[in-house]
Ligand binder design. Structure first.
Ligand code: NI
Length: 202
């Protein structure tokens, strides 16, 4: 438990200029500051229960900081067949500072519905690379490198796009942009290939 447990920061919505411009790298020494450590704690508490990734620009700060956590209890709300198709497995909480990402094989892509806390109330089909390699600093400034695949690779691509000032809107199949209500009432129960046939690929 930390002091910030339960506190939620306000999440910026599409149109806020901070979401549409590249974020600044963090000076590694700044990770020793209480302010930055508290920001990271607050980003996690903001994310808990509502999503799997959050980038600092989404809480109004143009800094290259991302928090990711995809706990098993969130995945319990998703049909097991879809989880398998999405290659989605639990991901422990972690922080990426100044991350860079390389796509392993541009031809190896998967398309699924995706949402964003900064595009509240909508979903769309977004093609993404299935496998990536990411390099970053952790919250204490230690460098690390990871390979990621499946849903985790999707989360990384989505969050790193935020740091470049990009929303999924410029990656999606435009004809598949639908309301989150419609998604959960209807489209989430269809196989993705069927949704894609009906909504995407125009
Ligand atoms: Ni987002």
């Amino acid at each position: 438990m930390s002091l910030s447990d339960g506190l939620k920061l306000r999440i910026e919505q599409a149109g806020a200029s901070v979401l549409h411009q590249p974020a600044r790298p963090v000076e590694p020494d700044a990770l020793r500051s209480a302010e930055l450590q508290q920001l990271i704690d607050l980003m996690f508490s903001t994310l808990h229960g509502i999503g799997v990734g959050l980038a600092a620009p989404q809480v109004g700060l143009g800094l290259q900081v991302v928090v990711i956590e995809d706990p098993a209890h969130l995945q319990g709300q998703v049909a097991p067949e879809l989880l398998r198709e999405q290659e989605r497995v639990p991901i422990a909480p972690h922080v990426l500072v100044n991350p860079t990402l390389r796509i392993e094989d541009d031809a190896d892509r998967a398309t699924f519905f995706e949402g964003c806390l900064s595009v509240d109330g909508y979903r769309a089909l977004v093609p993404r690379a299935r496998r990536v390699r990411v390099q970053a600093l952790d919250r204490f400034g230690a460098p690390f490198e990871r390979q990621a695949s499946g849903w985790y690779a999707r989360i990384l691509q989505h969050e790193l796009d935020h740091l470049a000032g990009r929303l999924y809107l410029e990656r999606m199949l435009p004809s598949s942009f639908i309301s989150a209500t419609s998604y959960s009432q209807h489209w989430s129960q269809l196989p993705v290939a069927e949704a894609r046939r009906l909504l995407g690929d125009r």
